[in-house]
Design a protein around this ligand. Structure first.
Ligand code: 0O2
Length: 269
């Protein structure tokens, strides 16, 4: 490895600490962004989020592969702090990228579109390289981080390929590579097919979310009525709830919920 800094000159624990803090903060902020979307639009373009700090061995491997001096690691390896956002549909990727571009708590330095420009390996994903101003005990430190945005299908393929690439030290046997290429094509078609029924899936998910929030609302009301209603009334409420619940009809649940509201008002709850 070129450069003059020896491996043992790096205190890895303190070197990685700001990256851990940046990863934790970004993870929390993006999780909240997803919760806000759910509250506002009844769904979030984000299916799941994970974060990780690159291990020292992987940092050294990458520095060696890219011929970086150890002193250059901080400026040149952009994915020491890494966030991965997984979406259900390809269209969600641009929505998430848009939300991230609009944020004022970090700066997007570069965008890498491996979806339009699929890598020769078959890798598809959208990457944002960001500069995150981290408040530390010693002041503000600008930390580079990579945010990868991809679909569930892209993620399935990339995770599998990553494990194989690691197992075979980058030299995946030809027959396996060929099957991986077929899998990449299958993942691409899966994404396309899922997009064609996206609206139906979204509507079903919306209805499920409304139903489960209505049912928990109803159960809470039944609970509070339990303290005021007579035994006979409680019995009737229970029976009616079971009947309405079994109908699997959203409107029936809604009117039962309203009935409970009236009942609660009559009991001054
Ligand atoms: P890890 O273990 O995931 O952290 P390069 O590594 O040279 O291909 P570069 O210039 O560092 O790429 O940046 P790029 O292209 O944005 O890639 C950074 C990360 O994207 C990689 O980190 C992987 O996580 C992912 N990635 C890029 N290409 C591929 C690929 O062909 N297959 C898979 N499975 N993932 C890929 P690391 O450091 O390679 O690995």
């Amino acid at each position: 490895m070129k450069g003059s800094v020896a491996v043992n000159a790096i205190n890895w624990k303190s070197f990685l600490l700001p990256y851990q803090q940046a990863t934790d903060e970004l993870l929390l902020k993006i999780q909240h962004m997803s919760v806000e979307c759910k509250q506002l639009y009844m769904h979030s373009p984000i299916d799941s989020i994970t974060g990780r700090v690159k291990q020292s061995t992987s940092i050294l491997d990458k520095a060696k592969r890219k011929h970086y001096a150890l002193a250059e690691i901080e400026d040149k390896i952009e994915d020491i702090a890494g966030i991965r956002i997984v979406c259900q549909f390809v269209e969600d990727i641009e929505k998430v990228a848009g939300l991230l571009r609009n944020r004022k708590d970090f700066k997007v330095l570069e965008e890498r579109d491996y979806i339009t420009n699929t890598k020769p390996s078959g890798y598809r994903s959208y990457h944002l390289i960001i500069e995150y101003p981290l408040n530390t005990a010693w002041g503000v430190k600008n930390v580079l981080a990579e945010i990868q945005i991809r679909t569930i299908a892209m993620n399935f393929w990339a995770t599998a390929e990553h494990s194989l690439r690691y197992k075979y030290s980058g030299n995946i046997p030809d027959d396996l590579q060929e099957r991986l290429t077929h899998c990449a094509e299958a993942a691409y078609y899966l994404d396309q097919e899922m997009s064609t029924i996206k609206e139906e899936i979204r509507n079903a998910q919306r209805l499920n979310a409304i139903r489960s929030s209505l049912v928990s609302d109803i159960l809470e009301k039944i609970q509070s009525l339990n303290f005021r209603a007579s035994i006979q009334e409680k019995d009737e409420i229970d029976k009616e709830f079971i009947a309405v619940w079994n109908k699997e009809d959203l409107n029936a649940l809604r009117s039962f919920n309203q009935k409970l509201d009236h009942l609660a008002t009559s009991y001054n709850i």
